[in-house]
Ligand binder design. Structure first.
Ligand code: ADP
Ligand code: ZN
Length: 526
């Protein structure tokens, strides 16, 4: 149907108010909108909940022609289209879930110039037939949502996204936008390069979510720890993430027995039941949704008060996206995670023994190590997270567990200088394994081949075991002294932040490798 407004607003603010019901733009939304309305390309890096949709939906309405929005998930498209239609916008989606006559009607409306927005899956956009059809249509802009899917460094690589670069050749002059909530520097550079957005203006807002507090505990008794965490959230809505479907069912049943209203959600459930549980979570108050990561993308529930992880996510990016579902209303919310070293070892083995190409394995292992570095850090968690996304934060946020209750630490300055020196002296070309071999004075084949046995730093770290060195390197990485170069086989490189450590101007405090469990303490006392 044509736009319900017979009077058609053209000014961005007017569109925002009349169509979306928002009285003002937030943050950098307006700058993005005005830039795109004027015909510019944009890369939009806003954290989850910041309001990325408005930045392409408003220009879509203001500019003549139809906006083509690339989106990876059919369910997401459906929600967006539904919301837009209710707001009186002529929006539609073309995807494999449509019946042939529905698809025909969408194509007719598209050709007739009746649509403001059309959502499509990435693989469709670059097919011959569809591209041909678009040639006859007036296009307002292309918006590529969840643009990190184009990057292997992102946490959700989708090969179909690779072809999207062709849009530039097929439709020169049409503004293009790439939007994502994932923006560590490697992913960001990759998006810009792969989608040929070198000329685009980059809009990035701080990724900090100051109202979310962060806590990460080493697993001791996972259920007891979770219960004690949940006791702070009586009557609140929240999400508990587990890795497997079986565990989701298990934990949900057990929580109910413990008197906490919980519902399961995972991809293996009958669709109707899954949908009903999601609806209940969205509509009711004080419900705990126990879910696999299948739950969450595109969910907009503002008053989620906590997100708990009972298993490690796949990366810091995934962790941040999942915890970011808490506290969208800006009120205090908690992100809590328990992790076990045994899981880490198992995860590492799964990656190493998997069938993926070596390069992918290296990336996966790098992500796991970065996440472990975050778990182990003795520094402000917020600082460590933001540093991972290339953002400076002074630390001491006062709203994370390490800030609120300082952890058992040791003066790691000497160890840090040795590790950083080993990275430097070996030419910033090697991964953690080799650097640690050098520190420990191991005569490996690689050491011989590169003559590293002659280095001053060779063997200076014999007083520390290799497990502790791994933790030191991870913590130095989490703290931003070391930067992993994914484009160069995961080589460790030094950042500017390493300089004051070398100069003796900065002390480095490290967390003890792992807190002793009560049982170990008792045994050592016996
Ligand atoms: P993102 O895609 O960045 O995660 P959304 O586009 O889903 O975020 O927006 C998150 C929430 O913020 C939505 O509920 C949306 O209605 C709301 N929102 C977006 N822009 C504004 C604004 N200018 N004023 C008020 N609310 C807004
Ligand atoms: Zn902090």
């Amino acid at each position: 149907a044509p736009n319900l407004f017979s009077y058609r607003p053209r000014d961005p603010l007017e569109v925002l108010a009349t169509v979306f019901g928002h009285s003002a733009f937030r943050g950098q939304q307006e700058e993005v909108v005005r830039h795109v309305v004027a015909g510019g390309d944009a890369v939009v890096l806003f954290p989850t909940g910041a309001g990325k949709s408005v930045t392409y939906q408003v220009p879509a309405i203001c500019r003549p022609g139809v906006a083509i929005v690339v989106s990876p998930l059919i369910a997401l498209m459906r929600d967006q289209v539904e919301a837009l239609r209710q707001a009186g916008v002529a929006a539609a989606a073309l995807n494999s879930s449509l019946a042939p006559d529905e698809a025909r009607e969408v194509r007719r409306a598209l050709m007739a110039g009746e649509l403001d927005l059309l959502y499509v899956a990435p693989e469709r956009l670059t097919t011959q037939g569809f591209a041909e059809m678009l040639r006859g249509v007036d296009i307002a802009l292309f918006a590529i949502d969840e643009a990190h899917c184009v990057s292997q460094w992102g946490h959700d690589f989708r090969p179909e996204y690779r072809d999207l670069a062709r849009i530039t050749e097929l439709f020169p002059g049409v503004p293009r936008m790439a939007l994502t909530a994932t923006a560590d520097p490697a992913t960001r550079d990759d998006i810009i390069e792969r989608l040929q957005l070198g000329e685009a203006r980059v809009f990035a807002t701080s990724f900090d979510r100051p109202n979310i507090s962060y806590a990460i505990v080493e697993r001791d008794n996972a259920r007891k720890q979770l219960l004690s965490f949940l006791s702070r959230h009586k009557g609140n809505s929240g999400i508990v993430y587990c890795l497997s479907r079986a565990k989701v069912e298990d934990i949900a049943n057990w929580l109910n027995r413990e008197g906490i209203r919980a519902l399961p959600y995972h991809a293996g459930m009958p669709a109707a039941e899954r949908g009903a549980n999601q609806d209940a979570f969205l509509k009711e108050e004080g419900l705990c949704l126990v879910a696999t990561v299948a739950f969450g993308m595109g969910i907009d529930k503002p008053d989620v008060r906590y997100v708990a992880h009972l298993d490690l996510p796949s990366s810091i990016e995934a962790y941040y996206q999942e915890t970011g579902r808490a506290g969208r209303d800006g009120l205090p919310a908690e992100a809590w995670m328990s992790y076990g070293m045994a899981d880490v070892v198992q995860r590492r083995r799964m990656i190493e023994e998997g069938n993926a190409p070596d390069e992918v394995k290296r990336v996966e292992l790098g992500k796991l190590n970065a996440l472990l570095g975050l778990c182990e850090t003795a520094e402000c968690r917020r600082r460590a997270i933001l540093s991972h996304f290339g953002e400076q934060h002074a630390g001491n946020c006062g709203n994370c567990d390490t800030c609120l209750s300082p952890v058992d630490t040791w003066d790691g300055t000497d160890a840090a200088v040795k590790a950083l020196a080993a990275v430097y002296r070996t030419g910033q070309r090697f991964g953690a394994g080799h650097v640690i071999d050098v520190l420990m004075g191991k005569e490996t084949e690689k050491v011989t081949r590169f003559g590293h046995g002659k280095l001053q730093v060779f063997g200076v770290g014999k007083d520390i075991d290799s497990k502790t060195w791994s933790s030191v390197v991870r913590q130095l990485t989490a703290a931003g002294y070391i930067v992993v170069d994914h484009a160069n086989h995961g080589a460790l490189t030094l950042s500017e932040a390493a300089r004051p450590v070398f100069k003796g101007e900065k002390k480095v405090t490290l967390r003890r490798d792992r807190p002793k469990k009560a049982a170990d303490v008792r045994r050592s006392l016996a």
